[in-house]
Design a protein around this ligand. Structure first.
Ligand code: SAH
Length: 213
């Protein structure tokens, strides 16, 4: 795997693009400038790795658009040592960004092919989250509670089991809605019983599906 000067140059431009679209957090911009997105792409699309677009990664799934990754990460308000649950490992790119911010990441993927592929890749390039093959709707009750929960697939509704796995004072970021598009939603857990929701604009994600494959 080669990370050339050309790749680094393209990455710098990608950082500027994402910044021009409104991402301000310098640590997130730094992480985008650091993680070699071309490592996470399918061979047929490597030359497009530094375009601000989503691309197919196999199993009918996509690597999210860098701006979307940055936007969700910004909403997550990551602080160092945060314990984060990510639903939808996919290519592993978003996971790498969270690790660059100093978080401890637990990531779940329901597609066996992608779970195996991203686990191999991330470990090879030095990223070590905790990997799980399973249904993200159930979360990880045994490892809960989490400071933050990030869902990277479109959820028809906010998964109830996951709300319970959020720390009081913690935040979930979840695109909610069906196949026509989703509203980026933050859910803050205020107390044992109270949650506060806010909306942050429209996005398009692959659907969050039940069970595993
Ligand atoms: N974070 C990924 C985005 C991948 S797209 C990246 O940076 O590349 C969303 C991913 O969510 C897909 O890989 C899809 O298989 C997965 N997914 C969908 N429903 C899921 C569920 N219930 N549990 C776990 N993963 C799920």
């Amino acid at each position: 795997m080669i990370d050339s000067y050309r790749h680094k140059g393209l990455r710098k431009k990608l950082v500027e693009t994402v910044q021009n679209k409104g991402i301000k957090n310098p640590k997130i911009l730094e992480a985008i400038g650091k993680v070699p997105r071309h490592y996470f792409m399918d061979s047929g699309f490597i030359e497009f790795a530094y375009r601000d677009q989503a691309f197919p990664i196999g199993a009918g799934q996509t690597i999210s658009q860098p701006y979307t990754v940055a936007f969700q990460t910004e909403l997550l308000q990551v602080t160092i040592h945060d314990k984060i649950l990510e639903i939808g490992t996919g290519s592993g790119y978003q996971c790498a960004i969270l690790l660059e911010l100093g978080a401890k990441v637990y990531t779940i993927e329901r597609q066996r092919e992608l779970y195996l592929k991203s686990r191999t890749l991330l470990n090879k390039i030095g990223y070590n989250p905790y990997f799980f093959y399973g249904d993200g709707y159930k979360g990880l009750a045994g490892q809960a509670p989490f400071d933050k929960i990030l869902i990277t697939a479109g959820a028809p509704e906010i998964p109830k089991d996951l709300l319970k796995q959020l720390k009081i004072g913690g935040r979930m970021v979840v695109p909610t809605g069906g196949s026509g598009g989703q509203v980026m939603t933050t859910v803050d857990r205020i107390s044992e019983k109270d949650y506060k929701e806010n909306e942050h604009g429209y996005f398009a994600f692959v659907p969050m599906l039940k069970g595993k494959q």
